[in-house]
Design a protein around this ligand. Structure first.
Ligand SMILES: *Cc1c(COP(=O)(O)O)cnc(C)c1O
Length: 426
């Protein structure tokens, strides 16, 4: 059969992936070919609202013209130099991004997991060289239910059996405590070898677990009383998603982190990824002040693609969009509307028990066991009705549209969700 004779419908592409790709994901059965703003289209031409936003990578909306233009122009000019040489884009980007997030220095990487790995290395090196810890004794505290990526070291401290089983031997030097539990942190912090706390300000993958209002501030205080670094993984929560520039900014919706702000808990190490590029390119970053970042010397860490000119230009454009289009304020306002609407729907149905989240990072909890198919089937029905979302951990559905969504579009989405829930039969 000739290539042109094949009818290239969704099933064709699904079969291709099944046959030739590793089965390391279980996608919803929809095959996308185009995206613009809050919308994506499948290969049959059907349009959907994207309520996953590529796990919050496309906060700025799909194919944002300013970001795409920056990418294309730089790709035509100079794509990659490696860090063996200087280039004329990295410096300006480093100045831009450190001023934007108010840290002395940035270490550029590509993916979120690489940035987490970088933060772990930085924390350990700081502990040995500046905090007098004996060789190989450093311990970093993490939380149960964490998601920080998929490398060998990172899955070593995951408690998701599926991510972990049969990938050992595991990397040592981590201790796990319950999330949102300051007493547990105080307890482990007493050990002088405990030198850092790596935490998500809201646990996204775990099901949008939103901790107590002052959890971050209290955790930072415990860290600083005990000679530990407070490391915030804002790969998913950062860059306007939760209605502030960073989730650690707390209740401030201004466009810059401000040290004066009472609710701002400045991390010692900040990890960013995903929306740092608006989804156009893999760009991640680790930010810290001089006394921490200076422990890394030439040859001690790196990446061929980290800090390449395309990434640098794309990230500046992506952060410009966040400011220019007031995405922080929009996420905050529409998030409030969204949770209010979900609570109204919850009043009239037994299918959904709860909505939780902050800004436009939210989840609804389905009234069934995590092993049930209910949330999956509801997502398939949402897809039929024109809205894409995916369950996380069985009975939780994360709902996180691009932050460029308008009030009118949100009303339409609420109507789709309401209709789907009210018509749903288990
Ligand atoms: C997605 C994510 C990561 C990993 O990012 P990748 O780019 O997939 O490696 C790390 N931490 C958090 C909180 C994430 O949501």
């Amino acid at each position: 059969m000739s290539e042109t004779a094949v009818l290239k419908n969704s099933q064709y592409y699904i079969d291709l992936e099944n046959e030739h790709g590793a089965h390391n994901y279980h996608p919803l059965p929809v095959v996308l070919e185009k995206g613009e703003g809050v919308y994506v289209w499948d290969v049959e031409g059907k349009r959907y609202y994207d309520f996953l936003s590529s796990y919050s990578a496309v906060n700025q909306g799909h194919s944002h013209p300013k970001i795409v233009d920056a990418l294309i122009a730089q790709a035509h000019t100079l794509a990659l130099t490696s860090r063996a040489f200087y280039n004329n884009v990295l410096g300006p980007y480093e100045k831009y991004v450190t001023e934007y997030f108010r840290f002395d220095k940035v270490l550029p990487m590509n993916t979120g997991a690489e940035a987490v790995e970088t933060a772990i290395k930085l924390c350990r090196k700081w502990a040995y060289e500046k905090n007098g810890i004996s060789e190989n004794e450093a311990v970093i505290v993490v939380c149960k239910g964490n998601f920080h990526g998929r490398t060998t070291t990172i899955i070593s401290f995951s408690d998701d059996d599926n991510a972990r089983d049969n990938f050992g031997p595991y990397t040592g030097g981590f201790i796990s405590i319950p999330y949102n539990d300051i007493k547990a942190l105080e307890e482990v912090a007493k050990d002088k070898n405990v030198i850092g706390f790596l935490v998500e300000p809201i646990q996204g993958e775990a099901g949008v677990y939103t901790p107590d209002e002052n959890y971050m501030a209290k955790a930072q205080a415990v860290c600083h009383e005990n000679g530990m670094l407070f490391i915030a993984d804002e790969v998913q929560t950062g860059i306007a998603r939760t209605g502030s520039l960073l989730a650690v900014c707390g209740n401030c919706s201004c466009e810059n982190q401000c040290e004066q702000q009472a609710t701002y808990t400045k991390p010692d190490i900040l990890i960013l990824g995903k929306a740092l590029s608006g989804g156009a390119y893999p760009v991640s970053a680790v930010l810290a002040d001089n006394e921490i970042m200076e422990v890394i010397k030439p040859g001690q860490h790196g990446s061929t693609f980290g800090g390449n000119p395309i990434a640098a230009k794309v990230a500046m454009a992506a952060l410009d969009v966040v400011t220019d289009e007031h995405l922080i304020q929009n996420a905050r306002k529409l998030g409030d509307i969204f949770r209010k609407e979900m609570n109204r729907i919850i009043e009239k149905t037994d299918l959904v028990v709860k909505v939780r989240g902050k800004g436009l990072l939210n989840a609804i909890i389905i009234n069934d066991s995590p092993e049930s198919e209910t949330a999956w089937n509801l997502c398939v029905q949402l897809k039929e009705n024109g809205l894409l979302a995916k369950p996380t951990h069985g009975n939780i559905i994360r709902l996180a549209p691009p932050l460029v969504i308008s009030e009118v579009q949100m009303a339409e989405c609420v109507a789709i969700i309401e209709k789907t829930i009210m018509e749903f039969k288990k």
